[in-house]
Design a binder for this molecule. Structure first.
Ligand SMILES: [Zn+2]
Length: 436
């Protein structure tokens, strides 16, 4: 397939903005990048896709999400409003996740995947919980992702909060799924719901798999208080000492980490993911992202189950650090871009080692998003981040390609039946709400 007449923003190490650009896609990879004139001459026989001046970017990557959270939209939470993060977990998330059946898990995932395809997000790292339907839950999600045509790295959140039987079932689900050969890591909920014994069990199980972990870390002060009570150590030290942190592990959030913990994170090579919309919504604070980056910590950008529209997460990241630090120099646009594309692409390589994502270049994955964006000011490779942050809206996204396969074209989904998924989701969510 030869994409022609595109305004190509290549990103990558040597970003270019090619005005009348073309891409030759061969199988699941980009085989050539150039101008329309060059590539049309080189591949005269190729099937053409005339992009008609649309902006083409690498598709987005989400470093941390929860497909299981979709049914929370519009859900009334009984009782007094939660006043802090532990109450949000107890009153909302731990009621919702317990109510989910395997069919709910499937539709909750499908709803998120429709959203992902609509918004050009083709690589997602999910963190799943459904305590009443643990066994096989990751297969159900993998199946939904395959149906959608996107790639997903999955895990099950092991926790002690639902009793020892479900702790073991969670461990078994991670092991079973990882052994299937699919993209996976070993899921853990958070330090505050895990005993030392369970951490040790998980480390032993993951060692056999050669797998890293995916865990919420220091999302709220409550996680620190609990960790100090349990172990006399702050969260990052507790997790590092237990053998949880390493270059294949994701520690989501890290809002409440001190300088010592930041240095420990850097030393372990662990990945931190930043989810500013969720942090604002839960009123937990603002993660010291720039301090972590300065210390050499790997930081990527997730969405924590908010929309799979990564532009919205990027905008939140761009804004919240400025407000929190009362400093307009905080979190510059090009840094936000780096988190969302270069860093997330590097994180994705932990799970898909042969894939080059987040850039349009020869040999990179053919993961593309097409936008109907007509810049009203000059657009260059250098100022693209600020067009993205101030000009681009999700409504401009018109086509999505993952691994060379067209998932949406002219805003029409080609792999998922959005109408049927939406209708069934509404029915299932109503039933789940009744059970809560
Ligand atoms: Zn999360």
């Amino acid at each position: 397939m030869l994409v022609t007449h595109a305004r190509l923003a290549t990103l990558g190490a040597a970003p270019r903005l090619i005005k009348d650009g073309a891409l030759f896609v061969e199988g699941d990879r980009i085989a050539a990048v150039g101008t329309t004139a060059e590539l049309a001459a080189r591949y005269p026989e190729a099937e053409r896709w005339d992009a008609a001046g649309h902006l083409v970017l690498p598709a987005a990557i989400c470093a941390h999400t929860h497909f299981y959270g979709a049914f929370a939209r519009g859900m009334a939470i009984p009782g007094e409003p939660a006043t802090n993060f532990p109450q949000i977990l107890e009153r909302l998330w731990w009621r919702l996740d317990k109510a989910l059946t395997l069919e709910d898990v499937r539709y909750s995932a499908l709803v998120c995947l429709v959203d992902a395809v609509r918004h050009g997000t083709t690589t997602l790292i999910d963190h799943h919980a459904s305590p009443s339907a643990i066994d096989g839950s990751l297969d159900v999600i993998a199946d939904a992702a395959q149906q959608a045509g996107v790639r997903a790295c999955l895990c099950y959140e092991v926790t002690d909060r639902d009793g020892p039987h479900r702790t073991q079932a969670g461990i078994a689900e991670n092991v079973r799924f990882a052994k299937s050969g699919a993209a996976a890591c070993f899921g853990l909920h958070a330090s505050l719901t895990l005993s030392d014994e369970t951490l040790a069990d998980c480390v032993a199980a993951a060692r056999d798999l050669g797998s890293g972990f995916h865990i919420h870390a220091a999302e709220d002060q409550a996680d620190q208080q609990d960790s100090i009570r349990k172990s006399g150590k702050r969260v990052i030290h507790r997790l590092a000492d237990a053998g949880i942190l390493g270059p294949r592990t994701i520690a989501a959030h890290c809002v409440h980490v001190d300088q010592d913990e930041i240095e420990r994170l850097a030393a372990t090579g662990a990945w931190v993911t930043h989810q500013p919309r969720s942090n604002m919504n839960n009123a937990v604070g603002v993660a010291p992202v720039e301090a972590m980056l300065r210390a050499g910590v790997n930081v990527g950008l997730g969405n924590d189950g908010f929309s799979n529209q990564m532009f919205a997460e990027m905008k939140a990241a761009y804004l919240v650090h400025k407000l929190a630090q009362r400093d307009p120099r905080a979190m510059p646009g090009d840094l936000v871009m780096q988190l969302a594309y270069a860093h997330n692409a590097r994180l994705a390589q932990v799970f898909w080692p042969d894939l080059r994502l987040g850039e349009l270049s020869e040999g990179a994955a053919a993961d593309l998003v097409f936008l109907d964006y007509r810049p009203t000011t000059p657009l260059t490779a250098g100022n693209l981040p600020w067009h993205l942050l101030f000009g681009l809206e999700a409504s401009a996204i018109i086509a999505t390609v993952c691994a060379g396969r067209v998932l949406m074209r002219d805003r029409r989904l080609l792999t998922l039946d959005e109408e049927a998924i939406t209708a069934r989701s509404r029915e299932l969510a109503a039933l789940a709400w009744k059970r809560i």
